[in-house]
Ligand binder design. Structure first.
Ligand code: 13P
Length: 253
């Protein structure tokens, strides 16, 4: 029903030569991309190199962020058209690090998501609660608020996907259990069905992110509402990243 999607978010890591090495190494592994779409998100500066190598590495290329306006006086920002210009057609938006350190809000994330979908880009929109929010029983309230802001501005699109990343599981080695992740993914799918109907919700991919590695992906991906992963640390190594992809490819739902 939903082709799984695996995205490596490199954050502020790797130089251009490293992009080249990664793509070459990944391209040497057995091809799993018929079963799992695999994509990497290098920094803005690494995108063009990755895009040029995409055909031979079989890796799609994703931006880590984008500005919602087409052009203008926005010092330090990159537009969707600029990404398209170098062969990029996808972006992550609303990552918790952008919300936490760079002042992104539910509204800015919604504007970015809408701009991406209008430009026929794949949008990977991140949501997720902090540890304090989970401990005070606010997980669903927070995810619902983040998601509603986006859903209020968009219509159904095959290009829309969501990444559920509990902030307490990012870079901590503490992944959500498959059951904890599934519970929130099921809630997200129910929320999607209220907006898009069951057919639209059933087609939308919901990725899990937070300390995913080849040793824990199987249990997570086996869950009915988990359609892939957004991976940080473990995506920096081409063998490990490929292993996550091949484990997904071999996991029966
Ligand atoms: P880690 O996989 O390093 O926990 O990071 C997750 C993440 O933030 C991916 O976007």
């Amino acid at each position: 029903l939903r082709k799984p999607l695996l995205v490596g978010n490199w954050k502020m890591n790797k130089l251009i030569a490293d992009v080249q090495t990664f793509c070459t190494e990944f391209g040497r592994q057995e091809d799993v991309t018929a079963q799992v779409s695999c994509m990497i998100a290098p920094t803005y500066l690494g995108l063009q190199t990755a895009a040029k190598l995409a055909a031979q590495s079989r890796l799609g290329v994703v931006s880590q962020n984008v500005h919602h306006e087409k052009s203008g006086a926005f010092t330090g920002e990159i537009s969707i058209q600029m990404l398209a210009d170098i062969g990029v057609r996808a972006s992550i938006v609303g990552h918790s690090e952008r919300r936490q350190f760079f002042g992104e809000t539910d509204q800015s994330v919604a504007l970015k998501t809408r701009a991406l979908l209008n430009a026929n880009f794949l949008a990977i929109t991140c949501v997720g609660e902090t540890q304090a929010e989970r401990q005070s029983g606010k997980t669903f309230e927070v995810v619902s608020r983040q998601l509603s802001a986006v859903l209020n501005l968009i219509e159904y699109s095959d290009n829309f996907s969501i990444a559920y990343e509990p902030v307490w599981a990012i870079g901590t080695g503490l992944n959500a259990t498959p059951e904890q992740a599934q519970e929130v993914h099921a809630f997200i799918r129910k929320t999607l069905s209220e907006k898009f109907g069951k057919a639209g919700a059933d087609k939308t991919r919901i990725l899990y992110g937070g300390s995913v590695k080849s040793s824990n992906i199987q249990g997570l991906y086996a869950q009915p509402c988990i359609d892939g992963a957004l991976v940080g640390g473990a995506s920096l190594d081409p063998q490990e990243f490929w292993k996550i992809g091949s484990t997904i490819a071999g996991t029966k739902k």
